[in-house]
Design a protein around this ligand. Structure first.
Ligand code: NDP
Length: 324
């Protein structure tokens, strides 16, 4: 089968399309024939070495497809099921072996590319808005990279929970997209001082929570945008990892809470996974959550997908189609 492998961390040119053996499912595993694989920023962190993995390693954390075969002891899925998953590395490939507790069945109303596009960013937006800081009516949140894959879904879920949303974006096209998703206020954080804008919009009060996926370039001003006892949720590093800081700073800036969450700990077992994925896929199937798939690339153009995502050229979701 064809798969993308990285032998040495570095730029997009390090992603090599290679012919390797189709893997066999072991106990509690299934072989999935992948119809579509999601492209996520975490794939860039592995490729560059920000997140370490021993080389050679495969890329891609999310996909949807059809169960081709199962190993011993599998009860969750059967051959022929349409399934989707996230947080299992190796989805930039025609086939992948996945631990079956991580597989969810795709509702009939969704096609496989939609399911592949919804899992990782959708469940992330879900845990951020429902669990890390459960938004409620009366809250105002600041969402950075609001037109991104997570951003567009997070705006919609924040609105479902009754919060006011301030989104940051870099271009007018992204502003339009974020507004269409429900953002109440938009700040062009590449041109405007977003801390000053947040204070202006909130009449000096600050926001209850900042969802910050940008990292190094926004962290300090994000802390300064919070109301006393607000929560700083730093959940990504698109501009680089946040440097070390003194806990005392949290006291000086208003007895703030700081958390650095990751999806795996919020989908820690099968009931939690089924509940989150059930909500996300169910809302998309019902039409109450809109998934914007910006572009699908053949797997041979995976490097271009990374260049576009890292280059801030994209809105919403990017997919790879391994069999096209
Ligand atoms: P996005 O589609 O959001 O793409 C990243 C966006 O970040 C860009 O479009 C850009 O938007 C903005 N950005 C700001 N500064 C930079 C920079 N220097 N370089 C590149 N982009 C920049 O990606 P994803 O939806 O895949 O992921 C969003 C973030 O969420 C990532 O940081 C990712 O790691 C994180 N994440 C974390 C998870 C977790 O559980 N902790 C799970 C899933 C994602 P603009 O042009 O508007 O500035």
């Amino acid at each position: 089968m064809k798969a993308i492998l990285v032998h040495q961390t570095g730029g997009p040119e390090q992603m090599r399309l290679e012919e390797i053996a189709v893997p066999s499912p072991g106990e509690g595993q299934a072989l999935v024939k992948i119809a579509a694989s999601g492209v996520n920023f975490i794939d860039i962190y592995f490729r560059t070495g920000l997140y370490p993995a021993p080389p050679p390693f495969s890329l891609g954390m999310e996909a949807a497809g059809v169960v081709e075969s199962v190993g011993p002891g599998v009860t969750e899925v059967a051959v022929g099921d349409r399934v989707a998953y996230a947080m299992n590395r190796g989805s930039y490939a025609e086939y992948a072996v996945v631990t079956t507790w991580q597989l969810v069945k795709v509702p009939p109303a969704l096609d496989l590319p939609q399911a592949a596009g919804a899992m990782l960013q959708g469940m992330t937006a879900h845990y951020l808005s429902h669990s890390t800081y459960p938004l409620k009516k009366g809250d105002t949140c600041l969402i950075h990279a609001a037109a991104g894959g997570v951003g567009l879904l997070l705006i919609q879920m924040a609105k479902m929970r009754g919060a006011t949303v301030i989104g940051t974006v870099s271009t007018p096209a992204k502003a339009e997209k974020a507004r269409a998703a429900g953002a109440d206020e938009i700040i062009f954080y590449t041109e405007q001082d977003f801390e000053a804008e947040v204070r202006r919009i909130t009449a000096g009060a600050g926001v209850q929570v900042v969802y910050d996926s940008v990292g190094a370039s926004t962290f300090d001003k994000s802390l300064n945008s919070l109301a006393p006892r607000g929560m700083m949720v730093t959940y990504g590093n698109a501009s680089g990892a946040v440097p070390p800081m003194q806990p005392l700073l949290l006291s000086q800036k208003g007895s703030l809470f700081l958390t650095r969450p990751t999806l795996a700990h919020y989908c820690a077992n099968r009931p939690e996974l089924l509940q989150r994925a059930g909500d996300v896929l169910g809302w998309i199937a019902a039409g109450s959550l809109h998934l914007h798939i910006e572009r699908s690339y053949p797997m041979s153009q995976a490097a271009q997908a990374h260049i576009d995502l890292a280059g801030r050229k994209t809105m919403g979701k990017l997919l790879l189609l391994p069999h096209s």
